[in-house]
Design a protein around this ligand. Structure first.
Ligand SMILES: Cc1cc2nc3c(=O)[nH]c(=O)nc-3n(C[C@H](O)[C@H](O)[C@H](O)COP(=O)(O)O)c2cc1C
Length: 178
């Protein structure tokens, strides 16, 4: 897909068909997401693909009720985690800049968007989910202490096509020159 079209036609997809995303397709998506830029090429983002229906149900019911409508209809949920204290940190553990913890979240955002655009290229719909019980899911998924859960990304084949784009701000609002 041409890049401009990929950017313009990617939508947050919240309803999916029953067709599962194969491991082969997921691995192609991850191999493209790996090309996202990151602080000093630290590549801190990690992905856990949850496909066990009982686990999906438990996450939906107990840890992410706000997003239950999305998660209950998806066959694969990606837990995006990151390795802590690398992006934006010096080797001695001190912050590199006054952004402190912020760069690790920035890196995850770039990685997540790269993931979603790559998924779209393969016809896989996605939606980034930010509302959930982070500590609860970290314990439930046994995420190691050196990692933090960043976001959930529900993926699957869209059951609706041509979902309209929520309105965007115009360039005059977004851009200024000095
Ligand atoms: C950090 C972040 C958190 C989000 N959290 C949620 C969420 O919890 N539930 C949801 O349905 N959508 C969530 N979204 C999706 C946004 O609502 C969506 O990207 C926005 O409305 C623009 O629509 P589009 O992605 O189709 O362009 C989130 C998106 C981002 C980037």
């Amino acid at each position: 897909m041409e890049l401009q079209s990929c950017i313009l036609t990617r939508r947050s997809i919240r309803q999916f068909t029953d067709k599962v995303v194969s491991h082969e397709t997921l691995e192609k998506i991850i191999s493209l997401a790996a090309y996202a830029p990151s602080w000093k090429n630290t590549q801190i983002s990690r992905y856990i693909a949850i496909e066990n229906p009982d686990m999906l149900n438990e996450i939906c019911k107990t840890y992410a009720p706000f997003n239950a409508g999305v998660i209950s209809g998806c066959k694969m949920l990606i837990a995006q985690t990151f390795i802590k204290k690398r992006s934006g940190f010096e080797r001695d553990g001190s912050y590199s800049t006054d952004r402190e913890e912020g760069w690790q979240y920035y890196d995850c955002g770039i990685a997540a968007q790269t993931f979603c655009l790559a998924a779209h290229e393969f016809g896989v719909g996605s939606v980034i989910l930010g509302i959930f019980d982070r500590e609860g899911i970290e314990k439930y998924l046994e995420i190691p202490d050196d990692q933090e859960l960043m976001a959930l990304i529900a993926i699957g084949y869209p059951s609706q096509n041509d979902v309209p784009a929520p309105k965007r701000k115009d360039v005059q609002t977004l851009l200024s020159y000095r």
